[in-house]
Write a protein that binds this ligand. Structure first.
Ligand code: ATP
Ligand code: MG
Length: 271
């Protein structure tokens, strides 16, 4: 489905390899997080997955990336249009003079989707992200959080099989972050592959199937969030999980909760 094997990346300007021997395989319905400290290579891996490396960044790359048969290393981002939706860590750099509605329509028009379907898709994603009120606003007048939501809506408007989000929670308030988690859970159950690059794990950790922990361009641990919490201690482990991790280590609770609801359940049983 989505396979990465032996991936190495180096930017032309830097001597050192930024990604070293990255390999993983994802199937339909997988929701995974790549977590790791600033500078570990998350955005670089995202850029490679969507073909920006090597096609837009001067760089050297070797290894295999296969996304439902597409080969972004050879064919570049064009080969992924409609297949992969991408939300950048830096949506400001994609701002245009268009209104939100025009911005959302643009990639659909490029793919020659008919006008009625375009209207339907736009209505659907605006509703999903709860941003109907932004429809006629120019993107240049949006707040950082609003822009983030528009950028997620834009990635979803093409109904891609794979959704890649680079630090999607960074600019969202708590309510919007929870709404995004609900949306991602729904997308997961509709068999999409969802890849999130993030070090703020608060809301997302309890719905992830797997976390890949990155350090200095390598995957140093992977597995279900409950199994690899110890590797997350130095990253951005949610405070709730950190507290219960201590109790779990001491054998005082039978299971490690990852969300408030799970914590309440664990405490009930422990009593
Ligand atoms: N265009 C570029 N040219 C040269 N080096 C780069 C470029 N972009 C990133 N790097 C370097 O690659 C390394 C990994 O950066 P990357 O942006 O992938 O990290 P990250 O894990 O996404 O960090 P953050 O959490 O801060 O977003 C860093 O050392 C960075 O300086
Ligand atoms: Mg980054």
């Amino acid at each position: 489905m989505l396979k990465v094997s032996g991936l190495n990346v180096r930017y032309k300007r830097s001597k050192k390899w930024i990604l070293n021997d990255i390999s993983f395989e994802l199937n339909e319905g997988d929701l995974v997080i790549f977590a790791g400290p600033s500078g570990c290579g998350k955005t670089t891996l995202a850029r490679a997955l969507i073909g920006l490396i090597p096609h837009y960044y001067e760089s050297e790359i070797d290894g295999i990336i296969d996304i439902f048969g597409a080969n972004p290393i050879e064919e570049g981002p064009i080969s992924l249009a409609g297949l992969v939706g991408f939300v950048s860590q830096d949506p400001e750099s994609y701002i245009t003079a268009l209104t939100v509605e025009e911005e959302l329509a643009f990639p659909l028009e490029n793919l020659k989707v008919n006008t009625i379907t375009i209207k339907e898709r736009i209505n659907k994603v605006l509703e999903l992200l709860k941003i109907q009120d932004l429809r006629r606003k120019p993107t240049s007048e949006l707040s950082a959080g609003q822009l983030q939501k528009v950028s997620i809506a834009s990635a979803l408007s093409l109904d891609p099989k794979v959704l890649i989000l680079d630090e999607p929670f960074a600019r969202l308030d708590r309510t919007s972050a929870r709404n995004l988690c609900n949306i991602l859970e729904k997308l997961k159950s509709s068999k999409k592959i969802i890849i999130i690059f993030e070090h703020r794990l608060d809301d997302i950790i309890s719905i992830a199937d797997r976390i890949y922990v990155m350090e200095k361009g390598q995957i140093i641990a992977e597995g279900h969030p409950k199994k690899i919490v110890k590797y997350l201690i130095d990253i951005d482990i949610p405070e709730l999980v950190e507290v219960f991790w201590e109790l779990y280590q001491e054998g005082k609770i039978p299971e490690l909760p990852l969300s408030v609801n799970e914590a309440i359940e664990v405490l009930r049983v422990a009593k």
